[in-house]
Design a protein around this ligand. Structure first.
Ligand code: N01
Length: 872
């Protein structure tokens, strides 16, 4: 071990870095620290290396990520000298591999085995960590790294009476080294997660009788284990470096082709064929990645869940047992699915019995066995496969005190708060490997471990070379990262399950999403960006200097970011300033591929008289019986592009959600029909629709207007014109990202003028087509310039954070309020100009779509919820 480096602190540390844990993470951490000239000690509770693979020795224990992927990539020689005997290696083989690595790199000499870290305290005066072990030692270090694993602290079994049982009790999470002989024994297994599902078939083969106590059935797919298949072996043999690099940027840490189709893009036959291929694929990703939307769309998930339930029914002979084994109360994939060998078929054995704890819960364990509400089951052995206090258990099992003596357990009382899953504010120089808020358990752990180790050591190296010795995440950075982690999860079905991913398996544990669901590649990109932007979100200090680089690395909603990235990859032409035909053709081409939006009761196209000829409209009728309130809708497109059907998906969505008749009006477009043609058409349309409400199926008098972008401008202006004309009566206005002013110098334009689809240049060209400069101050063009906004219908104004029009929309909401109009303003965090209308593309805007619909319902029923000027 080299001597600790110091940068002027008074009393030096014993060692640069203390690493807790000597599993895959701790070992690589030691190796890497040494390679960079840092002194380090690893402290490990077990007698030897291996971490989770040291303890989890139960029969059937294997990794269910192919071992070719679930192996270190940092040392290319390892791939040459170590040959995996199976696609999914057994626990002994994985442990042998870990031992091989420890020996090859002489890592044991810096590990204190059979020692447990009990507490660690940040010494603010010295800028050092004081780490206390169960042997009474204190080790003083500059940096402190928790390589403690995500699934290393078993959760309490929560079954009364275990101590009274006269037979043997085992936990899959800490299996005896010498193994267990089940021959001639009556065995009970509690738990059917990955551990149970791996152990049950093997115990069944040995035991005289096996009773499985199942609380929640799990989805499992055949592992089809065997020799390492060519498709994996050849990757390492022929293109190792590329393959390893692809893993680092992949979705889950194992590079596989990504799907492009959604479940309902294909017919039933093709759907079945793809699910079937997934079932036979022999990897979890074969099924989870059979379509793009399994983890986001409940209907898509239902389809695969039912397919898998049918598989269970086809394997298990007894229909009642099969049904009990079928998961029904959570979406597939939201509780960790398993790969198995003969799991379901095991229930066809005469010596195996399933007890469904949902029907007959366990009362207690007695000296003879397990007592359920219905019976006493005599047993010789009880195996607990009941899982772990995942992701936070190990971190909180150590008494950690940071700045000001604040305890990590107190800081995390409502759930873990981290920056990138690597650091947490108030705990300087503390790093977590694969901590909560990083992809960790949703990824191939080896890829995530290597990523974190390398990031941390690079960070320490950066500090050292720049004369710093303290690094700490800022509260803003970690709060916004937490927001991003939740935003990602909220786009998926994960929050719907009572899973350990959500902390739900441990009584009293806060229910929050623990891993980052946004994917390994996108996560790595964020980490790279943080470094490239000068350790954004961190304070670096030392040698009398402080580098305070507060900031937020991910502000866009994840689906918005993905959309923008996809557009960038398409290298679309910039149409700002192009001839209108080009802009129209471009817009129509982009619209052609979008999802259609929900089903509605009926679509009717018609015409209505406008001031200069007929105007085309499209009516969207709800499925429910009418008559309905009426919403007159004005499409967007800068007064230049679009038509009565150009916002079809949004109109359908609005109709379905609000249960209102939506009439989308095609008004005249500029430059052929410049200002004020569009607003004149708008007023005429509203007037005609109000007069013909009954024929259209509407409720006379129940009429609101809604418009997006330039359509929002028309809706706003029409309300004023109607007020002045004394007709028609409009009961509410919903203005979505409205154009309200020709002034393009507001901050929104400066901040969001490029890169977010609607650009400042495009908006400028729209204004140039629509209205000559001298007309733009006219309140019929710029309603914000009106001095008489009183007496207008109640309003909901929606703006988006990354929209050039954001500030003029907000200003209009304020102006309405100031004029005494009941106006509510909702600003959508992380959204762009097109988000609200991008139905089924920007799912994160579904909440605001629901809010719009609910506001319209209120307007139409005469009970507006508008009243306060608020930001949401
Ligand atoms: O634990 P689990 P695990 N009474 O939490 C049940 C990884 N891993 O050790 O769902 C009755 O998944 C509990 O029921 P419920 C992998 O990431 C990987 O199996 O809470 N039952 C559940 O059925 C995995 O997800 C590999 O209702 C009780 C089971 O016990 C993670 O580790 C292998 C109960 C616990 O399942 C954890 O897996 C093994 C009670 N009081 C593990 N308490 C591979 O790579 C809990 N249960 C293959």
């Amino acid at each position: 071990m080299s001597a600790p480096y110091t940068s002027g602190a008074m009393a030096g540390p014993d060692v640069d870095v203390v690493v807790v844990g000597a599993g895959f993470a701790g070992l690589y951490m030691l190796y890497r620290l040494r390679a960079f000239g840092f002194s380090a000690i690893a402290i490990e509770a077990a007698e030897d290396v291996g971490g989770t693979w040291y303890w989890n020795r139960y029969p059937g224990a294997r990794c269910d990520v192919p071992s070719v992927d679930y192996s270190y990539s940092f040392d290319p020689e390892l791939d040459e000298e170590w040959g995996w005997t199976e696609k999914f290696a057994t626990q002994p083989e994985i442990l042998a591999y870990i031992n091989h690595v420890a020996e090859k790199h002489d890592l044991r000499r810096d590990i204190r085995f059979s020692t447990r870290v009990e507490a660690a305290t940040w010494d603010e005066g010295a800028n050092l960590w004081r780490v206390r072990t169960d042997s009474g030692d204190e080790i003083v270090c500059r940096y402190y790294v928790m390589a403690t694993g995500c699934l290393s602290v078993p959760k309490a079994p929560e079954v009364e009476g275990t101590a009274e049982f006269r037979g043997d009790v085992y936990f899959t999470s800490s299996w005896p080294r010498e193994g267990v002989d089940f021959a001639g024994k009556r065995v009970g297994v509690i738990g059917t997660g990955s551990s149970g599902i791996q152990a049950i078939p093997l115990i069944a083969r040995e035991a005289e009788a096996l009773v499985v106590f199942q609380r929640t059935p799990n989805f499992s797919v055949p592992a089809r284990n065997g020799a390492v298949p060519d498709y994996l072996r050849l990757q390492l043999e022929t293109r190792r470096d590329e393959y390893r690099e692809e893993a680092r940027w992949s979705r889950n840490g194992s590079p596989r082709p990504l799907p492009t189709l959604r479940v309902f893009d294909v017919d039933e036959g093709e759907r079945f064929r793809r699910f079937e291929a997934g079932w036979h694929g022999g990897e979890l990703s074969s099924i989870t990645a059979s379509f793009t939307d399994l983890m986001v769309d409940p209907d898509a998930n239902d389809a695969v869940s039912e397919f898998l339930r049918d598989k269970i029914r086809s394997i298990v002979d007894d229909p009642e047992i099969a049904e009990a084994l079928c998961p029904t109360d959570y979406p597939f994939g939201t509780k960790r699915p398993c790969l198995d060998t003969d799991y379901y078929a095991t229930y066809n054995r005469p010596n195996v019995r399933l007890v469904d704890l949902r029907k007959t819960p366990i009362d207690r364990i007695s000296e003879r066995g397990i007592e359920t509400q219905d019976e006493s089951i005599d047993l010789d052995v009880i195996v607990f496969a009941t899982g772990f206090d995942a992701m936070t258990g190990a971190l909180l099992s150590i008494d950690l005190a940071g700045r000001g003596g604040v305890r990590l357990a107190d800081k995390w009382a409502a759930g873990p708060v981290t920056y990138l899953g690597l650091a947490t504010a108030g705990f300087p120089n503390l790093f977590m490997i694969t901590g909560p808020g990083s992809p960790s358990v949703l990824s191939n752990m080896l890829v995530s471990i290597e990523h974190h180790v390398e990031w941390i050591v690079d960070c320490l190296d950066h500090l050292r070379s720049n004369g710093f010795d303290v690094v700490e995440a800022t509260p803003t950075a970690e709060e916004s990262w937490g927001q991003h982690v939740n935003d990602c999860a909220d786009l998926t079905l994960f929050p719907r399950a009572a899973s350990w991913y959500m902390g739900a398996n441990v009584p009293g544990k806060p229910r929050v999403i623990l891993p980052y669901v946004g994917g390994v590649g996108p996560y790595r990109k964020a980490c790279v960006e943080v470094v490239d932007r000068g350790y954004l979100g961190f304070v670096l200090s030392g040698g009398g200097r402080v580098h305070h680089n507060d900031g937020i690395v991910r502000r866009l909603q994840p689906d918005v970011a993905a959309l923008l990235e996809a557009r960038e990859a398409l290298n679309l032409p910039d149409v700002a300033g192009a001839p209108v035909e080009v802009v129209r053709a471009h817009t129509a081409a982009l619209a052609a591929g979008r999802p259609p939006g929900p089903e509605v009761g009926e679509l009717v196209d018609g015409t209505l008289p406008g001031p200069a000829g007929d105007l085309v409209y499209r009516l969207f009728r709800p499925e429910s019986d009418g008559p309905h309130g009426v919403v007159v809708y004005f499409h967007g497109g800068g007064w230049v592009v679009g038509s009565h059907d150009s916002d079809d998906p949004f109109c359908r969505d609005l109709c379905a959600r609000s249960d209102a008749l939506v009439v989308s009006v095609g008004y005249r477009l500029a430059p052929e029909a410049p200002f004020p043609a569009a607003v004149e058409d708008g007023l005429a349309a509203v007037d005609w629709i109000a007069d013909h409400a009954r024929e259209l199926g509407g409720i006379p008098g129940a009429l609101a207007v809604c418009g997006w972008s330039a359509g929002g401008n028309i809706a706003a202006v029409v309300c004023r014109l109607a007020r002045d004309a004394g007709r028609p009566a409009i009961s509410g206005q919903v203005l979505l990202n409205p154009v309200t002013d020709a002034d393009m110098t507001r901050v929104g334009y400066v901040e969001n003028g490029t890169g977010f689809i609607l650009t400042a240049d495009l908006m400028r060209s729209f204004w140039d087509h629509y209205a000559p400069v001298e007309d733009r101050a006219d309140p019929r063009a710029s309603p914000l310039r009106a001095t008489d906004l009183g007496g207008l219908p109640p309003a909901l104004v929606v703006t988006c954070e990354f929209d050039p029009l954001r500030d003029e929309g907000a200003a209009y909401a304020r102006a309405l309020s100031a004029a005494g109009v009941a106006a509510r303003h909702v600003d959508c965090r992380g959204q762009i100009h097109t988000s609200v209308i991008a139905v089924d593309v920007i799912r994160s805007a579904a909440a605001v779509r629901a809010e719009v619909a609910s506001e319209l319902r209120g307007f139409l029923s005469g009970v507006p919820t508008a009243g306060l000027l608020t930001s949401g």
